[in-house]
Design a protein around this ligand. Sequence first.
Ligand code: ZN
Length: 323
Amino acid sequence: MADADRAVLALDIGGTKLAVAVVTTDGRTHGWLVEPTRREEGPDVIIARLFDMGQRAIVRAGLGPVSAVGISCGGPLDATTGVLKSPLHLPGWSDVAIVDLAEAEYGVPAVLENDATAAALGEHRYGAARGASTALYLTVSTGIGGGAIINNMLHRGAAGNGGEFGHIMVRPGGRLCLCGRYGCLEAYASGSSIAHRARAALADSAGGSSLGALAVVKAEDVAAAAKNGDALASKLWNDTVGLLAIAVTDLVNTFEPNIVILGGGVTRSGALLIEPLRAAVLRDAMPPAARAVRIELAGLGDEVCVIGAAALAFDRIGAGVNA
Ligand SMILES: [Zn+2]
């Protein structure tokens, strides 16, 4: 089979959903499937379900056998050994040898990468960061992850978990983060943190917010209410964007990237997020860095982690050149 015809299977293990697809070297997905993670079921059941989804995706794609498997997941993980150490978004998962398990399941080489690192590679090869030599990626979803391409190379760091942009401190002494520190960006601007903050604000308020009528408030409800002019939601949203802007401005000053890309579930709010964020970063960053950078939403949308994991799988088998 020629390289251009090769297809790999990509598996993304998120805190809220599992996403799988067969991906071809042109970056297109085939047989795409998404199902809820159901974290409470624990690693054995979830991995069996994930692998079954992979098998179904291969059948649905109709492209024949895959050449490799790429897996993306939140950290901490060890990409070199292919082991999930103890992902913050998957309580109870400890030292899961996911690459060995995937190789046994599918009979082809497998590779594991931090989801946001994979997404950075996916955007660089196939999405909004094509042609950018320095690109940063932030995923704002259940948690907040990051990935960096520096001088056209994926940056992994000394222990393979570099780019944890969600744990940039934006409020010293602030909310407790899952990592154990106080005041991390993730403790404010992740989907789950936005929802927690909204519930706390509602409990402290005298009423009057449209969010008060909801049984469970989620981040997307906050975004929708803010868009409709709800005062409590608007304040919460503006605070969130302001804290994101602090972190992104620091990143822009530090790396002077060509582009900063934001993806993940919270960014489905679209212009409501990216426009005030872009304005704040371009206003506050050092002028040369501000002039050089673009602040954009992910070009690959919800498929970004899957496509990034596939890009790593292509690299693993030496088929990593654009089709
Ligand atoms: Zn943290």
